[in-house]
Each structure stands twice: as C-alpha cells, then as structure tokens.
Design a protein around this ligand. Structure first.
Ligand SMILES: Cc1cc2nc3c(=O)[nH]c(=O)nc-3n(C[C@H](O)[C@H](O)[C@H](O)COP(=O)(O)OP(=O)(O)OC[C@H]3O[C@@H](n4cnc5c(N)ncnc54)[C@H](O)[C@@H]3O)c2cc1C
Length: 570
C-alpha cells in the first residue's frame, strides 16, 4: 500500500527498509515481498508517479528532466575545467520509479566484457556476463512495438527474456530518417557494420534501439515492479514525499545499523527500524550523500565538517565514472519531426488525441531508434598514445545516437534541425560526490564533480567521434535532406581548433554516473558495516559501455537474491 503521510504508517518496525523507490529500490521491494513473511517499507523522497501524463507518454520525457521539472533533484556540478568551466546539469528522477520515471528509456546492457571486468574487479564471478544474463532475462518482458510492425531481422529473440517484469520493445513509430541512416551505414560497412542486437554481449555496430516502452507507455520501475498486483501485497508499504537524512547505528559508536532517519517537512525527524537490513537504493548521488551524513566515509573530512565518523571508508562518494555527451545538429529539409509536436500546440493536440485513443503515433517514440556502438580504430594514434580504457576488444568507446529530427530550443523554430547525440563510453576517473562543507545539513544538495574530459583519452575520442559523424552525414544519401549545420557547429567543420572549442563549449554529462559506492573486492577487510546494503547504480565499479538502467535492473535482481540468501533461514 502507498502512504503519503508518515502518521498513517501502521508500523514503525519492518524486516527491511529500502531507501529510494527508484530503479533498483523497487526491484528489491518487489522481490523481497515475494516472501509474505517479510515486511518491507520503501521510503521515497519524491511523489507517486500515478496521474503524471508526461511520465506515461514516452515522447514527453524531456519535460520531466528539464531544469524546472518538479520531478528531478536540482543537483548542480562544479565548474568543469576541461569544458570551459561550464556547469552542465545532472538531473536524477525524484518520484516513484526514480530515474526510470524520467529517463529516455534506452535499454542497453553493455558488453559481456564490461561484466566480466566487474567479476574480475570484485573477485566475484556472480557479476560476470554469463552469470548476470539470467538476471537480465528475469527483469525483461520482451514486448511487441506500439505499431506492431514486423520485427524480424531487427533483434535476436534468443537474447531476450519473455516472462520478466519490465517491458522492452523496438521502436513503435516509423520516422523518415530510418531509411537514410540504414542506407548510409550500408554504404560504409567497414566503419558502420550492422549489429542485429547490441544487447547480446557484443554491441559493436549500428542497429535498432530497444526501449522500456510497453504498448506505447513508458514502463518505469514503478509501473512494472510496483504494478497493482505487487503494491497490493499486505507486506509492502511505500511512503512517498519522505526524505531520508541518515542511517543510525544500533547503539552509540556501533557499526551495526538498524534505523533510518527521515523527514517530510525538513523539520520533524522520524525514525523507522529495520530488524533485518536497511537497503540503500537512493542512486549514485544520494546514496553516498546519506552514507557520509551517517558517518561512513573519509574520517578526516567528516571530522572537519562536524560529523562523527563511525567507519573510515575514504572511497565513499569517490571514483565516479560518467560519460561525456555532445549533440551535433543540422537543419533538415522535412516537416516530419519531433519539432512538429514540441513547438506546435495544434499538432501536439492531434498527436496526443491519437496517443490517448490508440497509444500509437509519434508520441510513442523516445529520442531515437537507431544507434551505433563503435571503437576508435585499433591502429589509431589514440590507442597507441593512451591505454585503452574499454573492458575488451568487443567493447565500444563511442555511442552515436541517431535521434529524430528535433529541436528543443525555440530559436530553431523556423526550421527543423536533425539532432544527433554521441558520447564516448569510456571511463572518466575521479568524479566525486562530497558534502557541502559550508553547510552539511542533510537537506542540502551535495557537491558533485563529474570530471568531464579529465582523461585526455575521452577528449581525443570525442574529436574522433565528431569527425566520424561529419563523414556519416557527408554521404550522398543526405543530399536534399540535410541542410546547413546549426550555427554552433559551423566552426567545428572548419578547423581542428574550431572543433576543439565546439566540443569543450558544448559537452554535457550523460546522466550515467556510477561508482560512488563502488563494490570492494569480495571479502575485503576494510570498511565493514552490518545492517546496511547498497543496491543501486552507485555500486557499479565502472560505467558500462552503454546506458545504465538495464545494468541497474540486473544488479538489483541479483542484489535481491543475495539479500534473500542471507536471510533464507531466519
Ligand atoms: C534524464 C535521464 C535520462 C536517462 N536516460 C537513460 C536511458 O535512456 N537509458 C538508460 O539506460 N539510462 C538512462 N538514464 C540513467 C538511468 O536511468 C539511471 O542510471 C538508473 O535509473 C539509476 O538507478 P538507481 O536505482 O541507481 O537510481 P534512481 O532510479 O535515480 O533511484 C533513486 C531514488 O531514490 C530517491 N531518493 C534519493 N535521495 C533520497 C533520500 N534522501 N530519501 C529518500 N529517497 C531518495 C530518488 O528520488 C529516486 O527515486 C537516464 C537518467 C536520467 C536522469
């Protein structure tokens, strides 16, 4: 049952208390309450997802993570010295479903090598590709696209789960650029080979995007793992609009944690007790923030800001890896575009009426339907100068997202630009989440550094990637369709200096931070606490070579199994 007022909660002691009702948290809540003898409380800072139209309609996602959205945390990053000291945003979902309720729904698992590297880093082969694949399948319910088109040759059925909980489907509306992208790739097969299914372990190539869309609706973790048949379980309580400040030890100075402290008005503090475990699933920014506020982190820093250290664990909040993202836009000679409904109220009414009636049409689309996962060439000077940060030879360095013709800024209104994102999916080492030292109040936002382009490999790879995009769109297929580049891109096409300035002046974060509570090697002797487990994207030791929702689902499925195994006989 869902509660919005703490006074209505029927109990103050649960077997498990889960902090954060997002991607991972709701998987864990669902799986633990399969055991009817266990009681579970989820505490979520944001509101319920129900009744929010933008959360239902895939194409309206952009409003959910816009800076003025009520459904995101207002995190900012420190000036990024390798990106013209700009401070690109890093939104995170703040409602039931967490970031799966506001994200762009791309379902990408990463490469098999990414997971084998997790297994090597942790000494736990349970995180390897072969052992994680059953968890991907357990999460996934392969679903036909909204337009029910024939999907033969667009994915590998053998790689997908049919009976899981979260819907995954292929694009459900045919945009005109599909054929142009396919034709261009076919004319450059060495550089843009076709990949039937980038989720089968070897993602390199250009193929069709898979997304968590169910019959035209976004399928967030709230819509799937908290569907009516689950939220109605008597042993599952979900409290919304309640923000957790700390986890508290069983007794003063103890490293066994049993209580969760939270508030609904940022004045009155409440606590609930977990008799078995507290599961922290507040995401890559908030989970380390809560740990630090609770005295788990770098003891020296904690003491300096007046927090009593309980466990010295300097890695908390450190080792963030993220991905740089850059949009490159040209004007296009078409009226069939995202822009038609973004900027034209009448068109939006027509498209929304269609969506309401049939759950089909352009609004079932997320940002793109085709994607290329690529490596910089093995003989390039980049790879001879820098160590290859990828997990292996079948792991991409670059992702090119071919988005629909769109324009999200009014300045572009008279024309219709085609908008392509791409980003390096390599590692940025050294991003961090730390407490605000001048005011470490638990209700304050933490200090975030995503370390954009701190690694020169990332920058050089971005240069290479943009040049590949220029080559792709110079193909004759685009004549007559593609018009001039947007003004910002013009200098980039003219000189290397112009390209560098353009990249540094426009790169942003890709919303995939991980590693801030990264897993230690199995059996590590340091930083031990009992009573708390972290299950969310923050535990991934490195970012995968793709987006982070699918890995988080799979990690949460395995995480839930590990919790179950611990308490199987209690
Ligand atoms: C705008 C955007 C677009 C993205 N696009 C994609 C995409 O297309 N494909 C993809 O794979 N990935 C995408 N991602 C990334 C992906 O969604 C996240 O990596 C993943 O969902 C994170 O899961 P999580 O469980 O760690 O955290 P979240 O899903 O963010 O869940 C954390 C939850 O904890 C709650 N919380 C936080 N602090 C507290 C507190 N103190 N007390 C109580 N509750 C708290 C939050 O409100 C939230 O509900 C995107 C992310 C964003 C933000």
């Amino acid at each position: 049952k869902q509660y919005s007022n703490v006074a209505d909660l029927p109990q103050s002691t649960y077997d498990f208390v889960i902090v954060g009702g997002g991607n991972a948290g709701l998987v864990v809540a669902n799986r633990l309450t399969e055991n009817r003898a266990w009681s579970v409380l989820v505490i979520e800072a944001g509101p319920s997802n129900l009744g929010i139209l933008d959360e239902e309609v895939p194409a309206l996602a952009g409003t959910l993570f816009a800076p003025d959205s009520p459904y995101t945390w207002k995190y900012t990053v420190v000036p990024q010295e390798n990106a013209d000291n700009r401070q690109p945003g890093i939104p995170r979902g703040k409602m039931l479903g967490g970031s799966t309720a506001i994200n762009e729904m791309w379902y990408t698992r990463g490469s098999a090598e990414d997971f084998d590297r997790f297994a090597a880093a942790t000494g736990d082969k349970g995180w390897s590709w072969d052992e994680m694949l059953p968890y991907f399948l357990k999460n996934e319910k392969w679903t036909e696209p909204a337009d029910k088109h024939n999907t033969t040759g667009q994915y590998n059925p053998a790689a997908h789960g049919k009976t899981g909980i979260t819907a995954v489907s292929l694009p459900g509306y045919a945009w005109p650029i599909f054929d142009l992208v396919t034709e261009t790739a076919a004319s450059m097969p060495d550089e843009f080979p076709f990949v039937l299914d980038y989720n089968a372990g070897k993602p390199i190539g250009l193929g069709w995007t898979q997304t968590t869309i169910n019959g035209g609706f976004r399928d967030s973790s709230a819509r799937s793992y908290l569907a009516e048949q689950y939220i109605s379980r008597p042993n599952l309580h979900v409290l919304v609009t309640a923000q957790v400040s700390r986890v508290l030890p069983a007794s003063k100075g103890s490293t066994h944690f049993t209580k969760v402290e939270f508030s609904q008005d940022f004045k009155t503090l409440h606590t609930v007790t977990a008799t078995k475990e507290i599961v922290l699933s507040a995401g890559s920014i908030a989970t380390p923030q809560i740990l630090l506020q609770s005295g788990i982190g770098n003891s020296t820093t904690l003491k300096r800001i007046g927090i009593t250290p309980l466990v010295d664990l300097p890695a908390v909040g450190q080792n963030m890896t993220e991905q740089p993202l850059l949009s490159n836009s040209w004007f296009a000679n078409t009226t069939q575009s995202y822009e038609s409904f973004n900027l034209n109220a009448t068109q939006m009414e027509i498209d929304l009426a269609l969506w309401n009636k049939t759950h089909t049409g352009p609004l079932v689309s997320t940002s793109g339907a085709q994607v290329a996962f690529l490596r910089v060439p093995e003989n390039s000077s980049i790879l001879s100068t820098f160590a290859d940060p990828a997990a292996g030879p079948n792991t991409p360095h670059i992702e090119l997202e071919f988005t629909y013709p769109s324009c999200r800024c009014l300045a572009c209104k008279p024309s219709v630009p085609i908008n392509r994102h791409h980003r390096c999916s390599d590692l940025i080492l050294g991003g961090s989440v730390t407490l605000n030292e001048t005011d470490p109040s638990p209700w304050n936002l933490p200090v975030i550094d995503t370390g954009l382009f701190r690694e020169e490999f990332d920058f050089q790879t971005m240069v290479y990637a943009v040049k590949q995009i220029f080559k792709f769109f110079a193909a004759p297929v685009w004549d007559g369709y593609l018009l001039q580049p947007l003004d910002a891109l013009v200098p980039a096409l003219q000189s290397d200096a112009g390209l560098e300035a353009y990249i540094r002046g426009n790169v942003i974060n890709n919303q995939h931070p991980v590693g801030t509570s990264g897993m230690s090697p199995k059996g590590a002797s340091w930083g031990k606490v009992t009573g708390i487990r972290v299950i969310d994207a923050s535990v991934l030791p490195y970012v995968t070579s793709g987006h982070t929702m699918a890995p988080t689902y799979a990690f949460a499925e395995r995480g839930a199994d590990l919790v179950k195994a611990t308490w199987a006989h209690h």
